[in-house]
Ligand binder design. Structure first.
Ligand code: KG4
Ligand code: ZN
Length: 363
């Protein structure tokens, strides 16, 4: 594939509880345009269980994906034969869902003789800002989704250096658990944000994890336990207590994020010079309070803050299609034996913190 040629790429996302497909156009000048972007969230299927049930997710992807791919192609006004590439998220994620998406992409690619691109889901989050604006490498990424909380130097397509990661829970995961312990519905992150809006962030003296440490790692489990302890002390919880607990939790998260990112940007600077931008991605970046905190961090570091629109922060097919298009332009395609991966580190040289290698954060 010539890097200066226009390309049309189908992207398939099935790593968690969103079944999604999208067609993206990458122009010869490297700019991107979304031709279709269809996301079917499985929130209802999992709501009764208070979290994503892997087996239910995999079966739902099987039921939904063909129809969603057909809709994405129809909305883009294209036939499969017109595609330049077919991309699927090949991990990290829930393996049943990953197999469904990757196998579907392989089938389409094989039948139509189209190049396959097996995309790392985290890489797709990392490259999304280049779809929505003309952003050059290197930039500093704050990636905060359900399973990941990382600070990453994005030095080029396929070139990532992890500067910090969580030692236990991801922020999204901790938010979901806090919501669950307070009786708020799944998914918890947006519920905690909503409840926090009317609460008193000073009522409880919650810890600020990792504050002042020289590395750029995160830790959320101590804060989560502190919220649990207060919640059980106050049970039965009234609406006021729930709001105050959420506000206290969120304030502690914000302070921790700001402090960790300050260190992360310093580490970035030492390796790559000043970042072209601070970029936030992943579902947690949809949180307005976190967006505000990131704005302050970027201003203090004299860099620009870029956050893709909320619908491109949470899981979607356009980000997979775009990462596929970026890789395709560089000739980085995959063979039909590309494996589905439950775990897949973005930075090949980084290791999961040993003590926590079995948590979701160890992806
Ligand atoms: O990136 P994403 O859609 O899926 C994964 O790849 O995990 O992120 C989902 C996570 C969930 O934990 C969800 O609770 C959290 O992002 N989230 C939020 C908000 N919206 C989604 N967390 C805090 N505030 C929000 N507004
Ligand atoms: Zn994600």
């Amino acid at each position: 594939m010539d890097k200066d040629k226009r390309s049309l790429v189908l992207g398939i996302e099935t790593t968690c509880d969103e079944t999604a497909a999208s067609v993206v156009e990458r122009a010869a000048d490297g700019s991107g345009r979304i031709l279709s972007n269809i996301v079917r969230s499985q929130t209802e299927e999992h709501a009764a269980y208070g979290g994503v049930v892997p087996e239910i997710a995999a079966r739902a992807h099987v039921d939904l994906l063909d129809g969603i791919v057909a809709s994405a192609m129809k909305e883009a006004g294209l036939e499969f034969a017109q595609l330049s590439g077919v991309a699927a998220a090949a991990g990290p994620g829930l393996i049943g869902g990953v197999i469904v998406g990757l196998t579907t992409a392989k089938a389409i690619a094989m039948v139509h003789g189209t190049p396959l691109i097996a995309v790392n889901h985290l890489e797709a989050h990392a490259l999304t800002p280049r779809l929505t604006c003309a952003l050059a490498f290197p930039y500093c990424l704050f990636l905060a989704s359900g399973g990941h909380t990382q600070i990453v130097a994005v030095a080029g397509v396929g070139n990532y250096v992890r500067l910090g990661t969580t030692l236990d829970d991801a922020i999204g995961e901790a938010s979901d658990k806090v919501a669950k312990m307070l009786g708020l519905p799944y998914p918890g992150g947006p519920q905690v944000e909503r409840a926090a809006a009317g609460g008193d962030p000073m009522r409880f003296d919650f810890p600020r994890p990792m504050l002042g440490r020289g590395d750029a790692n995160f830790s959320l489990s101590g804060l989560k336990t502190a919220v649990r302890n207060e919640a059980s002390r106050l049970t039965p919880l009234d609406a006021r207590a729930i709001s105050d607990l959420c506000a206290g939790f969120q304030a502690a998260v914000l302070e921790s994020v700001a402090d960790r990112l300050k260190v992360g940007i310093k580490l970035f600077n030492e390796k790559f010079g000043p970042p072209r931008a601070l970029v936030a991605a992943g579902g947690v970046a949809a949180n307005q309070a976190i967006r505000g905190a990131l704005q302050d961090v970027a201003a203090a570091a004299q860099t620009t803050l870029i956050i893709p629109p909320p619908q491109l922060c949470t899981d979607n097919g356009a980000m997979i299609a775009w990462a596929g298009a970026e890789r395709l332009a560089l000739g980085m395609t995959d063979q039909m034996d590309a494996p589905p991966r439950a775990r897949w580190l973005l930075d090949a040289n980084a290791t999961a913190p040993a003590k926590f290698a079995n948590t979701r954060a160890g992806f």
